[in-house]
Ligand binder design. Structure first.
Ligand SMILES: [Fe+2]
Ligand SMILES: [Fe+2]
Length: 408
């Protein structure tokens, strides 16, 4: 039987069954469930700063029942223990890093909407506000590379224009970090990403949001956005050169077949080469009016086959940043179960940490356990990406799997 107790009540011989806190992503153990045999494990649990945890009393020691007073009423600690043993709350705990990322997404989306509206009205860009939004995005990514990147991917089709700028900004910062750039360069890359599609403010709304395939003429109009954006940014001396460059060249390809200038290889700037990768990844993995979002692992795997499009070394750094199975991907396991990727294992990108889940048509998803494929090499293996689970998982289901701790 699962029982919730204070972390300080843990003793040797208890069967630890998880922390009762959204901080599970940062908890100190490789394993999520185990018999506590080592005093160091107790020390680590207490040093985690997490208040409550779960134990399985069928598999290990229970808490010692406290003595009753003369009224037969339990004393203070027992009352606490009894309350703690109450049924699990209906609403699972949310990971605070992801809650913060959601809030930041919302703020950044509003700022981007306002920016696009001002650009459409012919106003000068509020660079101070852009820099401050990028600053917040960069701080979030540099602190926790996965949270914002994972949350911003789960955008709805009609939020795409605005959250795409936020997503590319976040991905640029994360990639810059992998490439060993200093914080200033990461922020510069982020600003380039944030402004890269500003030229879309000059493209008619009905073309940008057309639900179906674009005609040749419409596509030619959309392809003007890098030059339109560059022209607009060039009117403002406050916009740094590198941001103008990313805006003009993020659709160039390494083999010279991109647009608008057919640049090739290293003649394309570093930030623009980074933007080309981040831009395509976010476009593929986002829900659009004319297509469903791709599974992130599917997108990585497909982009890896596009010869001539991306800077190869940079693409490999991008894969190192997000993983072969980025957070939010769904994998099919050898056992037949499905897993939702919640964390990378840097030592082996082929064995991430998963939430094994079930899909129920009436109730959506329910997660059953956290499975660290690297820590438990014999537990299971990934045999395929995505699969039918990807098609039926809603944004809400994905957000739930992403942001709630596993209960089992
Ligand atoms: Fe673009
Ligand atoms: Fe873009």
């Amino acid at each position: 039987m699962l029982k919730k107790i204070k972390v300080e009540e843990l003793v040797l011989g208890m069967y630890f069954a998880g922390f009762d806190d959204a901080a599970w992503m940062n908890h100190p153990f490789w394993k999520n469930k185990f018999l506590i045999k080592n005093p160091n494990e107790l020390k680590q649990a207490r040093a985690s700063g997490i208040a409550y945890c779960w134990i399985d009393t069928a598999k290990g020691k229970d808490v010692v029942a406290p003595e009753e007073d003369e009224d037969g009423a339990p004393d203070e600690p027992a009352a606490t223990a009894a309350a703690a043993a109450a049924p699990e709350p209906a609403t699972p705990a949310l990971d605070p890093a992801l809650v913060d990322a959601q809030k930041l997404c919302e703020t950044a989306k509003k700022a981007t909407q306002a920016m696009f509206a001002e650009v459409r009205m012919g106003k000068v860009l509020d660079m101070e506000r852009c820099v401050s939004v990028v600053e917040e995005i960069a701080n979030s990514v540099l602190q926790n590379p996965n949270a914002l990147v994972s949350v911003v991917r789960l955008k709805l089709a009609d939020e795409y224009t605005y959250l795409h700028s936020v997503a590319v900004c976040a991905l640029m910062v994360a990639l810059g970090r992998t490439l060993g750039m200093d914080e200033t360069s990461c922020r510069e890359a982020g600003l380039g990403g944030f402004l890269h599609d500003i030229g879309k403010a000059f493209i008619p709304h009905d073309i940008l949001n057309k639900p179906g395939k674009l005609t040749e003429e419409e596509f030619a109009i959309v392809r003007k956005h890098p030059e339109l954006g560059h022209k607009y940014l060039s009117q403002d001396t406050n916009v740094p050169d590198y941001a103008r460059d990313v805006c003009l060249h993020h659709h160039e390809k390494i083999d010279g077949n991109g647009y608008p200038e057919n640049l090739r290889g290293a003649t394309i700037s570093l930030y623009a080469r980074m933007a080309a990768i981040c831009d395509v990844y976010d476009a593929l993995t986002s829900e659009r009016r004319y297509k469903h979002a791709w599974d992130p692992a599917e997108a990585i795997s497909s982009m890896a086959t596009w010869t001539g499009h991306f800077d190869r070394a940079m693409f490999l750094a991008f894969v190192k940043t997000l993983g072969i199975y980025p957070v939010g991907s769904i994998v099919k396991l050898e056992s037949g179960r499905s897993g939702f990727v919640i964390r990378q294992n840097d030592k082996d990108l082929t064995r991430p940490v998963l939430k094994v889940f079930n899909y129920n048509n009436d109730r959506g998803v329910s997660d059953t356990e956290i499975l660290d494929l690297l820590a438990t090499p014999n537990a299971d293996n990934i045999v395929a990406r995505g699969g039918e689970e990807w098609a039926r998982l809603s944004h809400l289901d994905a957000m739930q799997l992403l942001s709630t701790r596993a209960l089992s």
